[in-house]
Design a protein around this ligand. Structure first.
Ligand code: TXA
Ligand code: MG
Length: 353
């Protein structure tokens, strides 16, 4: 049944309303420092079922449980690995999700029946205030329809989930812009399942060796280390091509490809750093500003809004380019590779990446 989705301001009354809705088993989207989450009580089986239904998410894809504080960990976990405490001290609150053994009181649906649970203590002041006020562990996937681009504003959430959730706390645009890093601590050597807001280098500085999980081919749905490793994910409706190579090689490939498409009468959307946009400014393309190539934080912050904006204008195709693998650039590469769903062009051997 269609519901009325309310937009709540992040004042005392808005937070109290949101917390009351969550305690009553309803769904509220809220800002985190990464992307907006679609929250429901992690301890309420019906609320968890509503999350899967609202998002159209397959039941075998487990949810992240958000907590106000490390003191809450025993409510949802059992027997934390030592590395978890080390990482908690270094990176929480923040954009890091840890896979650890699940606690017995958590409804099975949250973890899709797995013996492990994903936990995160977000840093966003609104998320923290909401978690404290609700007094509950909150299960929250990104607040988008399954398989599409994660929302970084309340308007994005409304576009995807209007009429499917009770409320959205509008805390403005998120600051990091790509999802949290997901790290599995239940493997003999910690395994990166999703690059994100905390860099692989920072994790290795603290932990020593960290393995990088392999991306799975599109369409394989079960038995994965993390269903979020599926290739087709974070995808726009418009076909997206992702090019990798040296900056000069990528720029000449972009120019050639744009010219070829324009010659066919196609409309081209460009998702590229400012330098490329400027270099291709003589061509008739649709471009959304991302920021300079050297500022990957700014590009990450703008990425999903730009992708949505381009997608909405329905070009024939979108062209995007790689930014390397350092820090947040690895997360950007991961999301754009998935958005491309196989349409990845490698221009030359990628040394050192
Ligand atoms: O930044 C974020 O992480 C955002 C905000 C709202 O916190 N949330 C988010 O959730 O991106 P979601 O559901 O879109 O992505 C969670 C990822 C999925 O790839 C899921 O498969 C994986 O975490 N995951 C969750 N529980 C897991 C588990 N027990 N084992 C392995 N992977 C798990
Ligand atoms: Mg998601």
């Amino acid at each position: 049944m269609r519901k009325l989705t309310r937009i709540l301001p992040v004042d005392a009354e808005g937070l109290a309303t949101a917390a009351a809705l969550l305690r009553a088993g309803w769904l509220v989207a809220f800002p985190t420092e990464t992307v907006y989450g679609l929250g429901g009580s992690a301890l309420d089986e019906a609320a968890v079922a509503r999350i899967f239904a609202a998002k159209g998410r397959p039941a075998e894809d487990p949810l992240i449980v958000h907590l106000a504080d490390v003191a809450e960990l025993p409510r949802v976990t059992a027997g934390l690995p030592v590395a978890a405490m080390l990482l908690a001290e270094a990176f929480w609150p923040g954009p890091l999700t840890l896979i650890v053994p699940r606690g017995p009181d958590l409804p099975l649906a949250v973890t899709a029946g797995r013996p492990t649970v994903a936990v995160r203590i977000p840093a966003h002041p609104v998320a923290r205030a909401l978690l404290r006020e609700a007094g509950l562990p909150i299960a929250a996937p990104s607040a988008n329809r399954f398989g599409y681009t994660s929302p970084t504003t309340a308007a994005h959430v409304l576009a995807d989930l209007d009429g499917r959730i009770e409320a959205i706390l509008d805390g403005g645009p998120t600051t990091i812009g790509v999802e949290s890093t997901v790290l599995d601590l239940t493997t003999p050597i910690p395994t990166l399942l999703r690059p994100g807001g905390v860099s692989l280098e920072a994790l290795r500085d603290r932990l020593g060796p960290v393995l990088v999980g392999q991306r799975q081919p599109t369409g394989v749905g079960t038995g994965l280390a993390s269903p979020g490793l599926l290739e087709r994910h974070y995808a726009p409706v418009t076909p997206l091509w992702f090019v990798r190579g040296s900056p000069a090689a990528m720029q000449s490939w972009l120019r050639e490809r744009v010219c070829a498409e324009l010659a066919l009468g196609h409309r081209v959307g460009l998702l590229v750093p400012d330098e490329d946009a400027a270099a291709l400014a003589d061509l008739e393309v649709d471009c959304e500003p991302l920021g300079p190539a050297g500022d990957v934080s700014q590009i990450a912050r703008n990425l999903y809004a730009a992708l949505r904006a381009l997608d909405q204008r329905q070009p024939t195709l979108i062209l995007a380019r790689d930014l390397g693998a350092l820090g947040l650039a690895l997360a950007i590469r991961d999301r754009l590779t998935r958005a491309a769903a196989g349409r990845v062009v490698e221009l030359e051997p990628m040394l050192g990446t």
